[in-house]
Design a protein around this ligand. Structure first.
Ligand SMILES: [Zn+2]
Length: 238
């Protein structure tokens, strides 16, 4: 190959490499998005757990209140039955005993009603807690939705850019020598996205190893495609 055509072939490779590196960077950014989405959604789990906890405590309190109401109703029934028995009896002793029973149940009802009031107050507090937890969750949800929207926009942007570059790449790759292109593509895959590198101060700037004099001479002459004898990357002169 002539010097001019060799240098222009290198120039074409460098342009292609620049596009390919952009495509690789886009692919890396694209791969990160699902993780970012998961992380954003994960931020809600704490707030969701707090809402569930608050609702659970409120339910338990409500169940306890219902049980007290049932206990009170049972005692009212018992009192009614005892009063009926009192009404029907003719024995003074039994009458008094039944009256004492009624007083005992009435005292129990008083205590239960006090307890019920306490539970009802507790339920009010718990309802407030549920509201607060739900508000906090809604706030976080709004932030997360915003993040997810940004990520979705970013994804679209990356796809658009990728399509543009891919189209660009087709014509750029077509201009590369048919024998050089497979070598270039293999190097791009195996050498971490850098196939064509400059020689700087006698070193390969891909692997940073000192090049042997014959390689340096070949690169400077620019008559043929020269590869680093250590890493195999295509070299071009300073
Ligand atoms: Zn090298």
């Amino acid at each position: 190959m002539h010097v001019v055509s060799m240098l222009s072939a290198i120039k074409d490779l460098l342009i292609l490499q620049e596009r390919d590196q952009k495509l690789l960077s886009i692919a890396r950014d694209f791969e990160k998005i699902p993780k970012d989405e998961e992380r954003a959604k994960g931020l809600l789990s704490g707030d969701q757990a707090l809402v569930a906890q608050a609702i659970d405590s409120l339910r338990q309190c409500e169940v306890a209140t219902k049980k007290i109401e049932l206990d009170i109703a049972t005692r009212h029934n018992t009192i009614a039955r005892l009063k009926q028995q009192q009404f029907e009896t003719r024995k003074n002793e039994e009458y008094t005993a039944l009256g004492n029973e009624v007083i005992r149940y009435e005292k129990e009802i008083d205590a239960l009603e006090t307890q019920e009031l306490e539970f009802m107050e507790q339920a009010d507090g718990l309802r407030q807690k549920v509201k607060e937890a739900e508000a906090k969750l809604a706030h976080s949800q709004a932030l997360v939705n915003e993040d997810l929207k940004d990520l979705s926009a970013k994804k679209e942007q990356l796809l658009l850019r990728r399509n543009e570059l891919s189209q660009d790449r087709v014509s750029l790759a077509a201009a590369i020598d048919a024998e050089v292109l497979p070598l270039y593509e293999r190097l791009m895959k195996t050498k971490n996205g850098t196939a064509v590198v400059q020689v700087t101060n006698g070193l390969c700037s891909g692997c940073h190893m000192k090049l042997v004099p014959t390689t340096l001479v070949k690169v400077m002459a620019s008559q043929e495609l020269t590869q680093c004898e250590n890493c195999g990357r295509v070299l071009y002169p300073e």
